[in-house]
Design a protein around this ligand. Structure first.
Ligand code: FMN
Length: 464
């Protein structure tokens, strides 16, 4: 089971990590290089970022296979998000509560007062219209004001000064709710950001858990041992002991700042969030700064895909109970399809009416913590000979079997979330349902050519 360091070491041993020693500017020059590295899937350490003593590491969790390896699975190149979703579901069912420890290497350096300077970190400014440098590889820890339980989520933070950072909380996040509660109560709200945490924590921070279930316990379940927590220097929050850097602070509810960052689906995402005044920074003496390349790049989207696992499970439960003919369901969280989810369902249909009924039911389904239709742009129903986990196969079926216009259903104005940027003034946009199944009276004409027994015949057995 890996922490950040051991995972970096493993990737380096396997020649899956490059070290770049040449001096690099954190603003634009670094992201230009990160984008090229992300395309190769190679992890990276930049050892010399101008103005900072910390190396920057990233590109670690850029495929489902890497997610698996990081939590001790024997994941080969075929290991998919489907496989990892099963591992994740087992962890959700077998959470391990965190354990509090008294000391940790993350306390080797403790900075407070005038020694606090966020500019000492090698934080990239990614895109032209970004509001400034963004911390992207960080998990935030705060307390649920209702239950008092520790909450962990992925939040990006805009650095606005030596000791100020704006920690963004989307409308879907618990943190947004905590910010509102602190503002209403006019009470100071402590928060902490942990950078360079073990991979299991990154995965659990991305996933959505029901109220009362701690992401830290799921991270424990994922890594098969309790997450160790250590007390903050300036608040009663507990933070991951096995982190590289901790930033502690207090939220100033009455001081909100609008900001913009190039988002994961390849467009800008504006947010407004309160300023956090930093009260301490602690770090390992040889700390590495972990960063996730912003924009439409693999690492963010691979970790982000974990957030769709819970939805996939909830939708499967609900739809399979209503439609026993369903074969497979794929809730696709794919940057090449934009910000929204797309759902592909295969079915052994018994009538031509069934796919349309399924599309209606799927858009209306409960996705666990939010409704399917808010975040799902398109639902395509295909026959069971089509592989719903292969987007090319779904495309092929759509354009080979779409006989009539009434097999496309459109929903003109459905409430969306803020990261879909093409919405109208009411934050609503179109949804599409496509019945891409064969019409019953055309089955003979649409038979797919197959080679009997092909799956068992391997070319390598015939080559010397
Ligand atoms: C790389 C990455 C970055 C993310 N950045 C943010 C962010 O800045 N703000 C946010 O609210 N959610 C962000 N998310 C989604 C959160 O993981 C998700 O909203 C999470 O459930 C928030 O935790 P919470 O609901 O406990 O507050 C990000 C996810 C990933 C994978």
């Amino acid at each position: 089971m890996h922490n950040l360091r051991s995972f970096v070491e493993l990737l380096e041993q396997n020649a899956e990590l490059v070290r770049i020693k040449r001096p690099v500017e954190a603003r634009y020059e670094l992201p230009a290089l990160l984008e090229q590295l992300e395309k190769t899937g190679t992890a990276y350490i930049f050892e010399n970022i101008r103005g900072s003593d910390f190396p920057l590491v990233g590109g670690l969790l850029s495929s489902a296979q890497r997610l698996g390896i990081a939590v001790g699975q024997l994941a080969d190149a075929d290991y998919s998000h489907r496989d990892h979703a099963k591992v994740y579901a087992t962890a959700v069912q077998n959470p391990i509560e965190p354990a509090v420890v008294s000391g940790s290497p993350v306390k080797e350096v403790v900075l407070s007062g005038a020694d606090i300077d966020l500019a000492s970190l090698p934080v990239p400014t990614f895109f032209e219209l970004d509001s400034g440098p963004f911390i992207t590889g960080s998990v935030g820890i705060s307390r649920d004001p209702e239950h008092g339980q520790l909450n962990m989520g992925f939040y990006r933070g805009l650095i606005t000064g030596r000791d100020t950072v704006v920690i963004n909380a989307s409308s879907m996040s618990d943190l947004r709710r905590f910010y509102a509660a602190a503002e209403t109560a006019s009470e100071p709200m402590p928060i902490a950001i942990a950078i360079g945490v073990p991979p299991a924590l990154l995965m659990a921070a991305s996933g959505k858990t029901p109220p009362g279930v701690s992401e830290l316990a799921i991270a424990g379940g994922l890594q098969g041992k309790a997450v160790e927590l250590v007390r903050c220097e300036t608040s009663d929050l507990l933070v991951p002991a096995d982190a590289e850097i901790i930033i502690e602070g207090v939220v100033e509810s009455d001081n909100r700042i609008e900001n913009t960052l190039g988002e994961f689906a390849g467009q800008y995402g504006p947010e407004t969030a309160p300023v956090t005044r930093v009260t301490a920074i602690t770090h390992r003496s040889d700390a590495m700064y972990y960063s996730i390349m912003a924009g439409r790049n693999p690492e963010h989207n691979t970790i982000g895909a974990v957030s769709a696992y819970g939805m996939q499970a909830a939708v499967e439960r609900s739809l399979r109970a209503q439609f026993p003919n369903i074969r497979e369901i794929n809730v696709a969280c794919e940057p090449r399809l934009g910000t929204m989810l797309h759902m592909f369902i295969s079915i052994d249909k018994q009538s031509d009416a069934e796919p349309a009924e399924l599309i209606e039911a799927a858009f209306a389904a409960d996705a666990g913590l939010f409704p399917v239709n808010v975040v799902t742009k398109r639902i395509v129903v295909v026959d069971s000979d089509v592989n719903v986990f292969d987007l090319e196969d779904v495309e092929w079926a759509t354009w080979s079997r779409l006989s009539r216009a009434d097999k496309i259903r459109t929903y003109p104005a459905v409430r969306s979330w803020e990261l879909e940027r093409c919405t109208d003034e009411n934050q609503a946009s179109a949804r599409v349902g496509i019945d891409a199944t064969m019409d019953m009276d055309k089955l003979d004409k649409l038979v797919r050519p197959i080679i009997p027994g092909a799956a068992d015949i391997k070319l390598e057995d015939y080559l010397d």
